[in-house]
Design a protein around this ligand. Structure first.
Ligand code: 6SG
Length: 208
């Protein structure tokens, strides 16, 4: 077992990208799955810095906020660019993915029935920004020539969007190729094919 432990609910949710990243980086990790009834008792919530999960433990070091966790993994596993400028661009792309993730989560949890079609119609206006960056970099990654934590976050959000709308990347060749290549990386493929991954719903309300 590696040094990492994830504490989270039994969903992909905010842990999808970090799990894919750990798998691709050859890390093993332990999962502590918290069920809704236990969470509602409030004892664990009271110990969390923002009263929320996920929590990552790296040995004795505890960290909250999924994007801070991705950055920490990026530093630990040399997936945060080769210099300060690349790191800044990776931060920028991760924040761009976060903006899309928040829109997606809002639609899923608050307006799935009324807002899904509008969301899908508007999606190209968000995906085209990532397509442009990916096409310009030409390496198959957002920044530099190897995967950064922003790539894992984008990859995971795109997988979720392909479940929402299987044709959503058809007009974005660089993103489509990115998803195919990331999915084919041997450790990612093994993880995505695992029961541990497949058994988890994408979201906590069963919508996808
Ligand atoms: C929920 O929002 O699954 N954490 C969630 N919810 C519990 O009491 N900015 C940070 C980050 O990036 C956001 C954290 C995030 O890390 S994730 C949390 O802690 C709370 O606030 C999404 C998700 N939600 C739904 C859900 C259903 C069953 C299990 C999880 C709601 C939460 C717990 C029970 C009901 Fe649930």
């Amino acid at each position: 077992m590696g040094p990492y432990t994830i504490t989270y609910f039994g969903v992909r949710g905010r842990c999808g990208a970090m799990r894919i990243m750990m798998a691709d980086q050859g890390q093993e990790w332990k999962e502590i799955v918290v069920d809704f009834a236990d969470w509602m008792k409030g004892d664990l919530k009271a110990t969390c810095v923002f009263g929320q999960l996920p929590k990552l433990e790296d040995g004795g070091f505890a960290l909250y906020q999924s994007n801070a966790i991705l950055r920490h993994l990026g530093r630990n596993h040399d997936a945060y660019g080769k210099d300060g400028k690349e790191a800044a661009l990776i931060d920028m792309m991760c924040d761009g993915v976060e903006d899309l993730r928040l829109k997606y989560v809002k639609m899923i949890y608050q307006e799935y029935d009324t807002g899904k079609d509008v969301y899908i119609k508007d999606l190209p206006n968000h995906l085209d920004k990532f397509e442009a960056v990916m096409a310009k970099n030409k390496t198959g990654f957002l920044v530099g020539d190897k995967p950064s934590f922003a790539d894992y976050s984008l990859f995971e959000v795109l997988l979720n969007h392909l479940v929402l709308c299987s044709s959503c990347l058809d007009t974005f060749p660089s993103l489509k190729s990115f998803v195919e290549k990331m999915s084919a990386r041997p450790k990612i493929k093994t993880f995505l094919d695992s029961e541990a991954y497949k058994k988890l719903p994408i979201n906590g309300n069963g919508k996808q």
